[in-house]
Design a binder for this molecule. Structure first.
Ligand code: GDP
Ligand code: MG
Length: 432
């Protein structure tokens, strides 16, 4: 239905000239994708206006064509709206977890304890949820499993006194995490309790935990929590499910906070530092944009994969070898290229051509080591007598040598086919 960013970017890549009409079209697709992901309309409009303005008024920097320029604007504006991850210092600190019941506070408390423990800091947690039956057991059991120190008072209903006692008890620990209660709706006594706990010590972080599925009410919740205690970062949980977290994103934008972590599963290891690019990609239903761009960069800038040389049609055995090596390192190049708006790059190379196993590659290397430099530069020189020589030298059969040459011919043809083809883009420029 053309509702993904990928389609929008493809449209852009395939259009012969960039004008207002094309940009409007692309922006419309982006809007649709974001709104489907639950991002609020205000934010979507702001973003699309920014993209339009910049695309129509800014001149492409030297060396960048208008297509690349527009792509870069789309990309940077998208990264801008999600913002950078909340900075997390790897040093002793006190953290308070807040959020609605069921949002994932307790789970995230355990995840965070594990996170810091793995960074070499000693964590301890306090259970300040006196509302939910079983809250004490839930957290203490998670802590036992993780070997994390737990403080709670099963029969005390006064959360504030528990936290006061607990903070004394765990004073010597590096990371102190207070897990609080949340209920179905924001209630004034709950807010008061939160404020009282907040007043007990100088919390370094107050994390608002939001379920990715929360949708449009996220903003209101976030504002209330923020006014009460001042949120320092957001944790979006359950991003392993179908929800894409657009609502949470709107909340972050509305409260001027940032996302610290994301929860991607129920177990304590399912916590990730927030990564704006990965999040955008998830939001818009495409692969990891940044990873793709970086991977493409890595390959396109590698000296030994001389794309410019390839573009001239010269494609020696050495070129083939380094290309295969690079592909092996980063996974199927074609798949990556097809996800990027690179148009024809690699378009003539079939999947089969890329299916070169590590073993085969090793074999090719051994065969090539028995060739002269001249032969590698110009494989046409290799006739049947040279094949026997190479075969003897490398310990491979003549058929294997022939197979290598055949493979090279096939790749060379494909590479020639894409010479001057559409969309040879410099992803490095795109990222600047
Ligand atoms: P709390 O009421 O805010 O403390 O929420 P809990 O930590 O008790 O979590 C509520 C439910 O959500 C539990 O069943 C958790 O296992 C589940 N949960 C929490 N975080 C995640 C997550 O990132 N992914 C998934 N799939 N489930 C989660
Ligand atoms: Mg809880």
């Amino acid at each position: 239905l053309g509702s993904s960013l990928k389609d929008a970017l493809k449209k852009l890549a395939n259009s012969s000239k960039i004008d207002k009409e094309v940009i409007d079209d692309v922006v419309k697709d982006i809007q649709r994708a974001l709104i489907q992901a639950d991002v609020n309309v205000k934010l979507v409009m702001k973003l699309s206006n920014q993209i339009k303005n910049r695309a129509l008024t800014e001149a492409p920097p030297a060396g960048m064509n208008s297509k690349e320029h527009v792509l870069r604007i789309v990309y940077t504006e998208l990264v801008n709206i999600v913002g950078k991850a909340t900075p997390i210092k790897l040093e002793p600190q006190t953290i308070m977890m807040v959020g609605l019941q069921g949002s994932g506070k307790t789970t995230t408390t355990a995840k965070l304890a594990r996170y810091f423990a793995r960074k070499g800091l000693k964590p301890a947690v306090i259970c300040a949820d006196t509302y939910r039956p079983g809250a004490y057991d839930q957290l203490s059991q998670l802590c036992t499993k993780l070997g994390v120190t737990f403080y709670g008072e099963r029969d005390n209903k006064d959360a504030v006194s528990i936290v006061r006692n607990g903070l004394k008890e765990i004073a010597k620990y590096d990371i102190k995490i207070v897990d609080t209660a949340g209920r179905h709706a924001l209630e004034t006594d709950l807010i008061q309790e939160m404020k009282d706990i907040y007043g007990l010590t100088d919390f370094d972080h107050k994390f608002l935990v939001l379920d990715a599925a929360i949708g449009q009410q996220a903003s209101e919740q976030a504002k209330t929590f923020n006014e009460a205690i001042g949120i320092t970062g957001v944790v979006i949980t359950k991003l392993d499910g179908t929800a894409k977290g657009g609502g949470a994103l709107s909340a972050v934008s509305d409260t001027n906070t940032s996302i610290a972590f994301i929860g991607v599963g129920e177990t304590p290891e399912d916590l990730e530092r927030f990564d704006p690019d990965g999040f955008i990609s998830r939001l818009l239903g495409m692969g990891d944009l940044k990873a793709l761009v970086e991977k493409a960069n890595e390959v396109l800038t590698k000296d030994d994969v001389n794309l410019d040389r390839m573009m001239t049609g010269k494609f020696t055995l050495n070129d083939m070898y380094s290309q295969l090596e690079a592909i092996n390192k980063m996974g199927p190049l074609k798949q990556i290229m097809s996800m990027l708006p690179l148009g024809g790059l690699g378009g003539n190379i079939t999947d089969d051509m890329y299916k070169v196993t590590q073993d085969k590659l090793k074999g090719y290397k051994i065969i090539m080591d028995s060739m002269t430099g001249e032969e590698k530069e110009d494989p046409k020189l290799i006739g049947s007598s040279r094949i026997s020589r190479i075969s003897r030298g490398s310990g491979k059969t003549p058929d294997e040598v022939r197979e290598l040459l055949k493979y090279h011919k096939m790749m060379q043809k494909a590479v020639k086919g894409m010479k001057g083809g559409p969309g040879k883009m410099n992803m490095q420029k795109l990222m600047k």
